[in-house]
Design a protein around this ligand. Structure first.
Ligand code: FAD
Length: 292
């Protein structure tokens, strides 16, 4: 099933993100446990990350295929192009097509460590390449706090328009903690003539360490109220997890009330946390979707 249809019929769309287990050897039981716990929570689709220039790339295709064949959940396979040639990307696209996967999140990947540009300079070039290869539904990433490589907000939004024009059918945002920043950015995106649906990425805080790591990695600002909450409870893992669940719940309820096209929950392969958030937001979400 192509995911672009969801935005016409089933808004606000709810999706989860998982990653291939880092474990070597027999990693399948671990991912089965994760998906067994996430599937009953009723996501519209699940996305599977892809390690830019990493070893878990073929596992992404396998998990995306498993989601559809074993669990009947539409999948969105992430695909990065940094360091890759046209032929390398064609090989992955052929595998995805053979497995019946119809949806790809086309990404550049980070220019860090040994990662150098290959045949593709930007995700928009990958988007165009995928569209020319076959009739996949292609999604793209976007950045309410501006991508770290972009000179400024205006240029970043201009580049987002290029990605939309290249064929991106919906966007998923980088995680953020301040909804006001998202609304301000979304207004500017719409003013720039980009009408593509935008799904808001929400990551629940699970520990002080995880928060610091993700903020550094993604360039997300940690607002003062979040800092205060984390400082108050960082020595009590259980309390901090509850605070993280409450904060993500509040963020999502506000996004839903403000007409967001969709919510993308970064599950971090921790389904018990996703479940508690879902218990809190199911009523309002289903009410907007017109379900009981
Ligand atoms: P692009 O859209 O190419 O943008 C990169 C930079 O180039 C931006 O600064 C942009 O403004 C600029 N730019 C774009 N087009 C042009 C142009 N035509 N001219 C000039 N400048 C331009 N990484 C992984 O390795 N694996 C994953 O699975 C993964 N999943 C992700 C999921 C989401 C939802 C998000 C938000 C990010 C994800 N990432 C992942 C991280 C992503 O790969 C990095 O953020 C990367 O640095 C940029 O990727 P992009 O696709 O947004 O790049």
């Amino acid at each position: 099933m192509k995911l672009n249809y969801l935005f016409k019929e089933n808004k606000p769309v709810l999706s989860f993100e998982i990653f291939p287990p880092k474990k070597q050897g027999d990693w399948l039981p671990e991912i089965y446990d994760t998906i067994d716990a996430l599937a009953p929570l009723g996501p519209d689709f699940i996305s599977v990350t892809y390690g830019a220039s990493g070893s878990s790339q073929s596992n992404t295709v396998e998990i995306a295929s498993l989601l559809q064949k074993k669990y009947s959940i539409p999948s969105l396979a992430h695909l990065t192009c940094v360091g890759d040639t046209d032929d390398m990307i064609t090989n992955v696209l052929t595998r995805l097509k053979d497995e019946g996967i119809q949806n790809i999140l086309a990404l550049r990947g980070d220019l860090v460590g040994d990662n150098k540009l290959g045949d593709f300079k930007y995700a928009s070039e990958l988007t165009e390449f995928i569209k020319n290869y076959s009739d996949f539904c292609v999604a793209g990433a976007c950045y309410p706090e501006v991508h770290p490589d972009a000179p400024n907000l205006e240029e970043d939004i201009k580049n987002l328009k290029i990605k939309a024009d290249a064929g991106a059918e919906f966007f998923i945002t980088q995680l953020f903690f301040d909804n006001a920043t998202f609304y301000e950015w979304r207004n500017k995106v719409r003013e720039a003539g980009i009408t593509t649906p935008i799904v808001a990425g929400v990551m629940p805080i699970t520990s002080a360490q995880q928060l610091k790591r993700m903020a550094t990695l993604c360039g997300a600002t940690i607002p003062e109220n979040v800092k205060t909450l984390v400082e108050a409870y960082e020595h009590n893992a259980y309390a901090l997890r509850q605070v993280g669940i409450a904060y993500a719940t509040q963020q999502i309820l506000d996004l839903l009330a403000n007409g967001v096209d969709g919510i993308h929950l970064y599950t971090m392969n921790k389904p018990h946390i996703t479940k508690q958030i879902m218990d809190n937001i199911r009523g309002p979400l289903y009410s907007l979707k017109g379900k009981n």
